[in-house]
Design a protein around this ligand. Sequence first.
Ligand SMILES: [Zn+2]
Length: 212
Amino acid sequence: MKIGFYSESVADQAALAVFTEGILGEPPEPIDMALEGHGVTSVLSLLANVFRGVYYNSDAQGLVVVVDCDDTELHSPDHDKPDGEGKRCRLCQARAIVAGAEKNLKRRQGRTELKVAFGLAVPAIEAWYLVGKNHQVGEAAWIVGLNAKNPPFRRRELKQLVYGTDRPSIELETDRAKEEARRILDNITAIEMAFPAGFGSMAREIRSWKFK
Ligand SMILES: [Zn+2]
């Protein structure tokens, strides 16, 4: 299955391809279009354009979109109910942006529907890379920390833990991200359990593509 990945950096996108291999049980095929990473503030603002570009100009069958949560709202199953979307939830925002863009698509001949899965990393995707290594990562610990006004991790600390520096080069970032994703690949259940809303729901969406 040809799948494109869109998130804050190309390093994350490379790791998402590895995670998707674990989710699908086979490596996703690359699409014939390069997607750039766009930084935390731009991922959402550029998403409609990226989605349209992938739909019209690539051979992708699926697109995986992952946003870092930072200090915004965590996604919850309640958001999946009709009119339940979280106003400060970036996963819900991303879904709404794609749903809006889908309404105006012109059907392309020979083009199958472009399926989209959404993930939300709490507080940043580096937390996903620490599953199995650091037991404090996970949505449950994050919620407890937020309620106590003492979040278990800051973005910079996570980077430090994963890359050994909070300002990694893109090469180092890509190598480390892929390495950790490959380590976790054999135990996708562990990451789904640690991050049920942000990773688990994305994994379920991706799995559902296989059988259509
Ligand atoms: Zn949500």
